[in-house]
Design a binder for this molecule. Structure first.
Ligand code: FAD
Length: 481
């Protein structure tokens, strides 16, 4: 008999829970396993032709297919609505089961429930496995059995649980059972053009090979991560977020490597800090699973009463933010980085999000949607978590009265203006001390650097001190909330 492994955000052929279980079961019961990916029209429709993430997925699938072929299998690729394609394929193959790795986003949960119902109607079943995270759902709870809403105690409980149960990070082996892979006829992968997308540069080295390359590059930098990670001009973070998003690496593999290094006294002060970031990712996934309403509403309901700016003036401010025309160089450089590369450094995600919400008074949901369209590593749980943190509406968020000053953030985290100059070359001639607030520089000095404000670079669209005052008033509706 046959079974199916449906790949979604787990595009790898090693340490893969669903694939492991399907192969092991098939080996035991004498069956074979068909691997499939669906280009889901429900997701692809509405994406622009030059969508970077589709190119990344496409390149990663080519590698996945090749790796599965080396193991004796291959990847079938379908193009259509996944809710139709998967039950249809299972029926064609007369497969008893479809194996998937669990996805915790509300839309994915609804899709999987629909697929499961259709499969069950045909006497088949959808089998779900934990793979994306080390601990999911109710695995890390408070002593009283409750759900954590604050990160640090969650992190401590997470670490304690892993220490007690290190096998939670053990790999789900593929090779020993690979004999059960069903061979797939050649050339299954449609071209990008056939899917309605343009070829073009990749946003990151794709696939499992790309993830290993980045991890190898990062490990020698790990020791300095704790101190260097806040400076966007430095090459100090892993850039693995897109790989964690699409599963071209395994979080268990990363955590095992890290724990081994820490046990050997390697990795320095940076190792536990980086591990903490991986735990933030699991924290937000857990929070979204238990509170799916946060995709649309404030985590803390009192904050739904905040009145955001609206109408045309707000639209105009929002457009300036999106396009990097706010007149605040660090904010603008960050938005140019996002728009041109699909990546933005974590410190700058905090700075730009805070600027949108607390300087421009715009609803965090507008920013969240914009990041969703642009970010290569876009992940609903982490994005909503990050936005609600910055907007002070989330769990364990920045207190609402704490408001980043975009100029001092710039002076602190891009002191020499190196990052700004990389993305705003029109400011390249400015002295480091002047680059953070060009409107304070006398016009003749600007002119000597070839800059006329309003022509070569915008005047600031808002006065930070006044905006700060308005924000404090705006948030008084939730005082004490
Ligand atoms: P590293 O510093 O090398 O960290 C390693 C990994 O840990 C990351 O790849 C990521 O998977 C995880 N991680 C790090 N920081 C966080 C965090 N604060 N929350 C959750 N996970 C984290 N991350 C996303 O993956 N997708 C998003 O859509 C996303 N949106 C964000 C929106 C805002 C407003 C903010 C403030 C943060 C957001 N983040 C998001 C978190 C973080 O900015 C990125 O994960 C990080 O910048 C990715 O770069 P890196 O891989 O070099 O990270």
């Amino acid at each position: 008999s046959k079974s199916v492994v449906w790949f979604r955000r787990d595009l790898r052929a090693f340490d893969h829970a669903a694939l492991h279980h399907a192969l092991r079961d098939a080996t035991q019961y004498g069956g074979s396993v068909v691997c499939v990916f669906v280009f889901d029209t429900g997701i692809l429709e509405g994406l622009p032709r030059d969508e970077r993430r589709v190119r990344f997925i496409h390149a990663s699938l080519r590698e996945l297919d090749a790796e599965l072929r080396k193991l004796g299998g291959g990847l079938m690729v379908r193009h259509g609505a996944a809710v139709d394609e998967i039950p249809r394929l299972a029926a064609e193959l007369d497969a008893r089961s479809v194996y998937v790795n669990e996805d915790y986003e509300p839309d994915a949960i609804a899709r999987d429930a629909a697929v499961a119902a259709l499969l069950e109607a045909g006497g088949r079943s959808l089998l779900r496995f934990k793979d994306q995270v080390i601990f999911e759902k109710n695995e890390v709870l408070t002593l009283a059995g409750g759900i954590y809403g604050v990160f640090t105690p969650y992190k401590n409980a997470w670490l304690k649980r892993l220490a007690a149960q290190p096998e939670a990070a053990a790999p789900w082996m593929i090779e020993p059972h690979a004999g059960a892979l069903a061979p797939v006829p050649e050339v299954a992968l449609p071209r990008l053009a056939q899917l309605g997308f343009d070829d073009g540069p990749l946003p990151a080295p794709p696939g499992m090979a790309g993830a290993s390359e980045l991890f190898e590059h990062f490990l020698p930098r790990l020791a300095d991560y704790g101190t260097a990670r806040d400076f966007p001009a430095l090459d100090a973070t892993s850039r693995l977020s897109i790989h964690l998003r699409f599963g071209t690496t395994s979080v268990r593999h990363l955590v095992r490597t890290l724990r081994q290094m820490m046990a050997n006294g390697a990795g320095g002060a940076g190792a536990p800090v980086w591990l903490s970031e991986l735990i933030w990712r699991e924290f937000y996934a857990m929070i979204l699973f238990h509170h799916p309403h946060i995709a649309q509403q404030s985590f803390k309901p009192a904050f739904d009463a905040v009145a955001w700016e609206a109408g045309e003036p707000a639209q105009a401010l929002f457009a300036a933010w999106c396009e990097g025309r706010t007149g605040y160089p660090l904010v603008d450089a960050a938005m140019v980085q996002l728009n041109t590369t699909g990546f933005m450094h974590n410190r700058l995600r905090m700075v730009t999000a805070s600027f949108l919400v607390k300087d421009l008074g715009i609803d965090w949901r507008w920013g969240e949607r914009y990041f969703a369209r642009q970010l290569n590593d876009y992940d609903l749980a982490s994005n909503v978590g990050g936005w609600q943190w910055a907007a002070s509406t989330g769990c364990d968020a920045q207190p609402w009265f704490r408001i980043f000053n975009p100029v001092t953030q710039s002076q602190k985290f891009d002191r020499q203006g190196e990052f700004i100059k990389q993305y705003l070359p029109q400011l390249a001639k400015l002295e480091a001390r002047d680059i953070h607030a060009p409107w304070l520089v006398p016009a003749d000095e600007l002119a000597a650097c070839g800059i006329v404000l309003g022509r070569d670079y915008p005047e600031p669209i808002i006065d930070h001190a006044q905006a700060r005052q308005r924000t404090l008033e705006r948030f008084t509706v939730v005082k004490g909330g």
